[in-house]
Design a protein around this ligand. Structure first.
Ligand SMILES: NC(=O)c1ccc[n+]([C@@H]2O[C@H](COP(=O)([O-])OP(=O)(O)OC[C@H]3O[C@@H](n4cnc5c(N)ncnc54)[C@H](OP(=O)(O)O)[C@@H]3O)[C@@H](O)[C@H]2O)c1
Length: 290
């Protein structure tokens, strides 16, 4: 039985599930969400619900953020009055598990270093069912000692942890994973629409594509959802648009370019504009319906 106290900042679709799993696994939980009503269920199950990230972080051994984007991460960690970093003790470890940009994580790491507190970026691969089951894959960047200090939390929430090097590497790897997935889904939606207009229905097209090596397991799964027109959210369109935008911006920051990610980002942004932002990423297929 663990004796660690974990603060979770952000109780959305992923953070709420991860917090619930930590409680089930015997961690003491301090929890914060900007919209406080989202924490009610966790309070009933024994979490200490706090009014600010700073209050949640105070006395916690580990502080894990699972919020939407760079701006939300800045708010929960660095807000001068309410931010978590100001409440953390020197021996505590911060974990940024949100999918954020490497550029932002570098700035965040500087702020942690100035306060003498360890930070690990550890975004996750997997969506809501994997968060429920504790089978996420963690992509971690940070000092070895800090990553080792998170072992019990990673094991409770995930099935595999990859330590990729210093802070920032976790986010870089995560953006690559999502770009590879998002680009395939955008391409598949486009192709199924084109085939459909030419007389080959999506179900018939997936019957062929699904049996061929050119179709990855992830694309095959996405194609099946497109055929069945199942759009209920797992990994929402608007979050994919954000991640592809970060991929593209990161390539530019490196003096390179990412034309594939940029093109896919435009597709997911267009789907968001069309009102599909909260639906599962396969809803991009609706842009190409016959
Ligand atoms: N969904 C997935 O399949 C999936 C999988 C892997 C990784 N991720 C990544 O995990 C992160 C969370 O995703 P999610 O699906 O849990 O998203 P979500 O359900 O939309 O939840 C977003 C969370 O961020 C909080 N938030 C947003 N802006 C904020 C701000 N300015 N200040 C403080 N809190 C703020 C929200 O608080 P409110 O409740 O007040 O709005 C909520 O707790 C994202 O970075 C996402 O890209 C998602």
């Amino acid at each position: 039985m663990t004796t660690q106290t974990v603060a979770v900042l952000g109780l959305g679709a992923m953070g709420g599930r991860m917090a619930a799993r930590l409680l089930e696994q015997g961690f003491s939980l301090r929890a914060y969400n900007r919209t406080s009503s989202r924490a009610d269920g966790l309070r009933e199950r024994g979490a200490l619900v706090c009014d600010s990230p700073r209050e949640a972080a105070t006395g916690a051994d580990i502080v894990l953020s699972m919020v939407r984007d760079d701006d939300a991460s800045e708010d929960v960690w660095l807000d001068p009055e309410r931010g978590a970093l100001a409440g953390m003790s020197a021996g505590a470890i911060g974990v940024e598990s949100s999918t954020v940009s490497p550029a932002w994580v570098e700035r965040l790491a500087d702020a942690f270093e100035r306060r003498g507190v360890a930070l690990v970026d550890a975004p996750v691969v997997g969506t809501r069912p994997q968060a429920d089951a504790g089978s996420l894959v963690f992509l971690a960047g940070g000092e070895r000692e800090a990553v080792d200090g998170l072992r019990a939390v990673f094991d409770a929430l995930g099935s595999v942890t990859h330590h990729l090097g210093p802070v920032g590497r976790g986010c870089a790897m995560k953006l690559a994973v999502n770009a590879l997935f998002g680009i395939q889904v955008a391409a598949l939606g486009e192709l199924l629409g084109c085939l459909s207009r030419g007389g080959i229905e999506p179900a018939a097209a997936m019957e062929v594509l699904g049996g061929l090596a050119v179709t990855s397991p992830a694309a095959k799964g996405a194609g099946g959802l497109m055929v069945r027109e199942e759009y209920s959210p797992l990994f929402p369109v608007e979050l994919v648009a954000k991640d592809l935008g970060y991929s593209s911006a990161e390539a530019l920051r490196q003096g390179s370019c990412a034309p594939m990610a940029a093109a896919a980002a435009e597709v997911f942004a267009a789907a968001t504009t069309q009102g599909y932002g909260a639906e599962n990423l396969v809803a991009v297929a609706k842009l190409y319906r016959a």
